[in-house]
Design a protein around this ligand. Sequence first.
Ligand code: ATP
Ligand code: MG
Length: 159
Amino acid sequence: SSFDINNTIKLVVQSFEGTCQEKKISFELILTGHTSFVCADMSKIQQVLYNLIDNAIKFSNPDSTITIETTEKNEKVFISVKDTGIGIPKESLKKIWERFYKTDLSRGKDKRGTGLGLAIVKEIISAHNENINVISTEGVGTEFIFTLPLKQDKNEAIV
Ligand code: ATP
Ligand code: MG
């Protein structure tokens, strides 16, 4: 089935409104500027966005901004969730997808969590035959980018 990814992003972001007011985190949404219909399982993609945004908030300092961006390229939508938080040490970058893995930076108090969020994210994106990548610098921030297939415009064939 298909749905507008930009609309889904807005809805998931809204669900974090309370948490973000408490922590003074704000969002910057840079979306494609029109509807971007993707072919995917909407509730599973909501879960992906929820897990990535939950991490971005948890590992950011108060008074920071989380940027979510969508861009279309080669029949795909690229979705980026970017924070300016604690970052991920280089030696941990491959391990974060494993169940129960947490980096040394994230073991302190108020960094709750069992280490399952990203394992679920990876599983969902793989089940869609898509990719997710992470770019991170310790102490600077982290960006997760994943792809989804754009719904092909059926009218194109009719001309
Ligand atoms: P859960 O998601 O089950 O509540 P969790 O958030 O600790 O627990 P994951 O979401 O799987 O687990 O993330 C695994 C680990 O990867 C985190 O504990 C943290 O060390 C690191 N990590 C994930 N996202 C970020 C991020 N945005 N910034 C810094 N570190 C991150
Ligand atoms: Mg998590």
